[in-house]
Design a protein around this ligand. Structure first.
Ligand code: CMP
Length: 139
């Protein structure tokens, strides 16, 4: 069943480059309700757990290293058709292939430093949101 919720992270590159405020502003202006929001930092261990689904992929080690290099914003967002709409809104994983006007086209530098994450399914949105947030942190 569709939950109309997605999970996002503003990644260490976008935070370090000072783009977090602009990205959050765009998200809210695009009609997403912020259900939960946290400024935090993954350790190598927690990043490894979060991305365990990619543990056999060749980019896993670099991904874990990149995602634990600096603070991030994690958030649960709510909107009709949230998963599909948010993935269109942020653009392709590789910013070189992202449509003009998307978050990744405007703020990302490479497929690793790609500024933002968006869940790819309702099931993963729930798993990813539960990784970061308790029920007392959602409104
Ligand atoms: P994201 O979809 O947020 O989560 C997995 C990340 O792995 C992805 O963003 C990219 O930043 C990174 N990544 C690096 N290389 C690849 C690749 N070849 N295919 C998919 N994701 C990749």
């Amino acid at each position: 069943m569709a939950t109309n919720r997605t999970f996002t992270m503003i990644k260490p590159d976008a935070v370090a480059n000072g783009h977090a405020g602009a990205i959050l502003d765009r998200i809210i202006k695009a009609g997403y309700k912020v259900v939960a929001l946290k400024y935090t930092k993954l350790s190598a261990e927690t990043a490894g757990q979060f991305y365990a689904v990619h543990s056999e992929r060749p980019f896993y080690k670099d991904l874990v290293s990149f995602m634990s290099q600096g603070p991030i914003y994690a958030a649960i967002l709510e909107k009709d058709n949230a998963i599909e709409d948010f993935r269109k809104f942020i653009g392709a994983t590789d910013p070189a292939k992202a449509d003009a006007g998307t978050i990744r086209a405007d703020f990302a530098k490479s497929i690793d430093a790609n500024a933002i994450h968006g869940s790819d399914s309702d099931e993963n949105a729930a798993i990813e949101g539960n990784f970061f947030f308790s029920n007392f942190e959602r409104f």
